[in-house]
Design a protein around this ligand. Structure first.
Ligand code: PMP
Length: 446
């Protein structure tokens, strides 16, 4: 295994090997226990190896596994359940990862419109395939031009990609007016979590829906992170904008590998799972009983008790953000602790982060040192600039309190080393922690 890990962002310094994950905890091979805030970059919403999910998967596997012919009764039940929560999904199909789901969504958009050009936003990530793998966490000198994330990508893919600024209504309107009729799809993370926690403005969402509809361009919400984590109906249920296509993965099955792509029936009917469809759709493991049963069990838990899981993880996220605000104020640090629901980050900047340019003002060195300090104290966070943290329903109030203590210990040590005379710190926070899901605005001190 080159580098010793199976996905590029997993490398740790010093390297760590993990042997167990349960609830909010993971354990490494040296016997250290951590409270996990990465939660596999988002899927784990109930807690690791949740017994309700585990039991359902185990029971299912006594009966059925994989067929490769026809449909499984279970997958039909899952499709109906998802559609019940996400009305924009008039039809949907299952696959195994977020990258597969976005690939299918983009290809079917090109097929249905007969156009080539795709639009994405600087800072967003939609998977590793050539179609769209560019301009994610670009270096400052690469913003404003095409910045592929990999060697070996087809130049054609880049020539047909347009990268815009998130939340920039004027730039979107100008681009759509000038080139809308060439643009097959506009794809976005409706809350841009690849660079922490950047919600869309209502005006941006409105402009996205209006301009894409005017030009017959497919609007794709990549809800791989937001879906099921922020709401059972996805972020679209919170913001009230109906995309043409949606991709889901991660939290839909609490960490088991399954994803979905779905949306307008006229678009989905292009897939050749339907006789006569002109867009290839295949996959040996699509709708495997493991992922399908895990998703059904996860939905059972998320639906239970009037969505108690979401109420709880939102409250824990708010507590974390409010606690970080107090700590960074006390220490006189320039910081913008920010959260949306269960996803939290602590930006070290004096700006509210609304786009990638704002995110570039984050003090990367301090951010990484903060995450390293938390990890060394037993609170696992990704030591990479702008990487977000996820709370699961297995986290407790006590976990949050202990994490905040560790954050204060870490930051006071870092602040003591970094004090620069005359460096103003942000004004004291006034934003009250939100009790319920916030419709659009990020929870952050203004
Ligand atoms: N879209 C978004 C918004 C993501 O965050 C990710 C993964 N981090 C993907 C797509 C790709 O998903 P996967 O890693 O399952 O291929």
């Amino acid at each position: 295994m080159p580098g010793g890990v199976s996905s590029s962002l997993r490398a740790m310094d010093p390297p760590r090997v993990f042997v167990r994950a349960k609830g909010q905890h993971v354990w490494d091979a040296d016997g250290n226990q951590y409270v996990d805030y990465n939660n596999a970059f988002g899927p784990v919403i109930l807690g690791h190896t949740d017994p309700r999910v585990e039991q359902k998967v185990h029971e299912t596997l006594q009966e059925i596994d994989i067929l490769g012919m026809g449909a499984m009764e279970l997958e039909i039940r899952l499709a109906e359940r998802i559609q019940g929560h996400v009305p924009s999904m008039e039809k949907l199909l299952f696959c195994n990862s977020g990258s597969e789901a976005t690939y299918h969504a983009l290809r079917v958009s090109r097929a249905a419109t007969g156009r080539r050009v795709l639009v994405k936003f600087q800072g967003g990530y939609h998977g590793w395939h050539d179609y769209i793998a560019a301009n994610v966490t670009s270096r400052a000198d690469r913003v404003g031009r095409l910045d592929p994330i990999s060697a070996g990508m087809l130049p054609d893919a880049m020539e047909n990609l347009v990268v815009l600024r998130f939340n920039d209504v004027a730039q979107l309107e100008e681009t759509m007016a000038a080139r809308g009729d060439e643009i097959a799809a506009v794809i976005l993370e409706p809350v841009m979590h690849t660079i922490g926690c950047v919600p869309p403005s209502p005006a941006f969402l409105e402009a996205l829906r209006r301009t894409t509809a005017e030009h017959g361009t497919v609007l794709i919400f990549d809800e791989v992170v937001t879906g099921f984590r922020h709401h059972l109906g996805g972020y679209q249920a919170i913001c009230g904008i109906r995309p043409d296509l949606t991709t889901f993965a991660k939290a839909m099955a609490n960490g088991y590998p399954i994803a979905a792509v779905g949306g307008r029936a006229d678009l989905m009917d292009h897939f050749n799972t339907r006789p006569g469809g002109d867009v290839m759709y295949g996959g040996t493991y699509n709708a495997h009983a493991v992922g399908v049963s895990a998703a059904l069990a996860t939905l059972d838990v998320l639906e239970a008790d009037h969505r108690a899981v979401h109420r709880r993880i939102y409250a824990l996220g708010d507590a974390m953000r409010a606690g970080l605000e107090q700590i960074t104020d006390r220490l006189g640090l320039t910081a913008k602790p920010t959260s949306f629901g269960s996803v939290w980050v602590c930006y070290f900047t004096d700006r509210e982060v609304r786009d990638y340019d704002d995110a570039l003002t984050n003090d990367a060195e301090l951010y990484v040192a903060f995450h390293r300090g938390l990890t060394d104290r037993g609170f696992l966070t990704v030591p990479i600039n702008l990487k977000r943290n996820h709370i699961s329903a297995a986290h407790t109030d006590d976990d949050i309190a202990r994490t905040l203590q560790a954050a204060e210990d870490t930051l006071s040590g870092l602040a003591a080393r970094r004090v620069r005379p005359g460096r103003a710190h942000a004004p004291a926070g006034s934003a009250a922690p939100a009790a319920a899901p916030q419709p659009v605005a990020p929870a952050t001190r203004r």
